[in-house]
Design a protein around this ligand. Structure first.
Ligand code: AMP
Ligand code: ZN
Length: 462
């Protein structure tokens, strides 16, 4: 079945066909590891996870790279301010390498909690310095780069077209409107590819321009080229990357080897909080741990993300996330009900659901539509293990661990769970006599039974 993906470069949905028809080469901008990643960041990684899983569902092999930015991302994306890593290191009284290790480990733990299918290659910026330096040298040799007292800058006026991804127009914008004025720069939109290190900068390397360190944008250009070559299929990030980071990546690749490296540029829209921006100063930046403290599983947050298409803004509220937790419990209970059902179902019903689900995910990852089909299967009146199998197949794409016992029924002995499932089936079939009989049996065994809109809750004692 054809796959259509929205390409920021052409601003339309396009038929996706990999360069090499056996495998998809994809690069994803990874985290800057100077603090805990927040749930907004994870919206973007959940989008990347869905993309990977959809491509694999379509039988493509993946060659997917994600970087860890452990140097060079300045406090302003437009290459001004301090290095975020060094700033965090000073604040926490550690060195930047310790900071990077600590927050990389925390990030990986969270990715695992979200059941994210990990890229084949994860690489740290600091492990790719020679490849970056080589690229900077090419940019300078090709006449696109020039030296100032603070670093090597990219001359955007040398390009045939800049910008190509965003709608920002370079002409007509006053210098300083978005970018700090630097009198040594030839054009206001010129950006740093390589930065000369101040005396107290800890992460720095020898270079033809003295002790220095990479600019954030050159990192991704060089890592993409090293691991995927000069022409690959997909490059991903959040929408904030469109006007600066990705624009500049394309510019550098043109300056170094002559062309844009990726056929598709894909971007995930922002997660908002209570309708506004998520920001540390507003105190509304949440981590997965904070959600868990409020009884929201990371996977329930993933389900929450599926309530909106990745190209739409999504507003986070705790009420919304709690509703997703309830939905997740119901989904898992629905799976169990089918698994324990004993009815047969026509294969045409299964194949029709399969076809509709496949069409939804291949339509630029329409997860809200795909979830609608999943719910139809969950609620299907005939309870059949064949539908449980179908849900498991869909879960290859969703990654919701649908076959887990629902949260509210965890830690109960197997035979009790079995009784609950039998009772649920009886209730689905409106067999109240059987349902009451099982309730009594559960009570005789010391468990109290409560039917809530969240499904059946069974508690020992009570
Ligand atoms: P960073 O660690 O700051 O480099 O960001 C990691 C990823 O999270 C990038 O792809 C960003 O575009 C993305 N991102 C940052 N904030 C949000 C947000 N509020 N919603 C969705 N994605 C975000
Ligand atoms: Zn990047």
């Amino acid at each position: 079945m054809d796959i259509y993906l929205y390409n920021t470069l052409t601003k339309k949905k396009e038929l996706f066909e990999p360069i090499n028809n056996k495998e998809v080469k994809m690069y994803s901008c990874g985290p800057t590891v100077y603090s805990y990643a927040h749930i907004g960041n994870f919206r973007t990684y959940i989008f990347v996870d869905s993309l990977r899983r959809v491509l694999k569902y379509n039988r493509f092999k993946m060659n997917h790279v994600m970087n860890i930015t452990d140097v060079g991302h300045l406090t302003s994306d437009a290459d001004t301010g301090e290095d975020k890593m060094e700033k965090a290191a000073r604040k926490e009284g550690k060195n930047p390498y310790e900071i990077a290790k600590f927050y990389t480990d925390a990030f990986m733990k969270d990715m695992k909690k979200l059941n994210i299918d990990m890229p084949e290659i994860i690489t740290k910026a600091t492990d790719n310095i020679p490849q970056m330096l080589e690229m900077v040298q090419e940019i300078v040799d090709n006449g696109y780069g020039y030296e100032t007292s603070t670093g090597i800058y990219f001359d955007v006026s040398k390009l045939d077209k800049y910008p190509v991804l965003s709608n920002n127009s370079v002409e007509g914008q006053e210098a300083g409107a978005r970018i700090e004025v630097d009198n040594e720069k030839r054009n206001p939109y010129d950006f740093a590819v390589w930065i000369k290190a101040p005396e107290n900068h800890i992460m720095k390397w020898d270079s033809p321009w003295g002790k220095s360190y990479p600019g954030w944008h050159i990192e991704c250009s060089a890592m993409g080229r090293r691991f995927l070559g000069e022409n690959f299929d997909i490059h991903t990030g959040g929408v904030d990357h469109i006007p600066i980071h990705h624009e500049n990546e394309i510019a550098q690749c043109k300056g170094s080897f002559g062309h844009n490296p990726a056929n598709f540029w894909m971007h995930c829209e922002f997660l908002l909080v209570d309708g506004g921006k998520m920001s540390k100063s507003l105190g509304n930046v949440y981590t997965l741990d904070e959600l868990q403290e409020k009884g929201i599983e990371p996977i329930a947050y993933k389900l929450f993300c599926f309530s909106s298409h990745y190209r739409n803004k999504l507003n986070f509220t705790f009420e919304g996330a709690k509703a997703s937790q309830i939905s997740l419990n119901r989904l898992r209970q629905g799976y169990q009900n089918h698994k324990n059902g004993n009815q047969d179902i026509e294969s045409s019903v299964i194949s029709e659901y399969e076809e509709r689900f496949h069409r939804a995910i291949n339509d630029d990852l329409n997860m809200p539509a795909a979830m609608g089909i999943v719910w139809e299967v969950v609620r299907y009146e005939t309870k059949s293990p064949k539908l449980a199998e179908l849900l498991l197949k869909f879960d290859e794409v969703l990654g919701l661990e649908i076959n887990q016992i629902p949260e509210n029924n965890r830690e109960l002995p197997d035979e009790i769970i079995k009784l609950i499932e039998q009772r649920n089936i009886a209730r689905e079939n409106k067999n109240w006599e059987e349902s009451d009989r099982i309730r009594d049996e559960l009570q005789n065994r010391g468990y109290s039974v409560k039917d809530t809109k969240n499904g059946t809750e069974v508690v020992k004692g009570g």
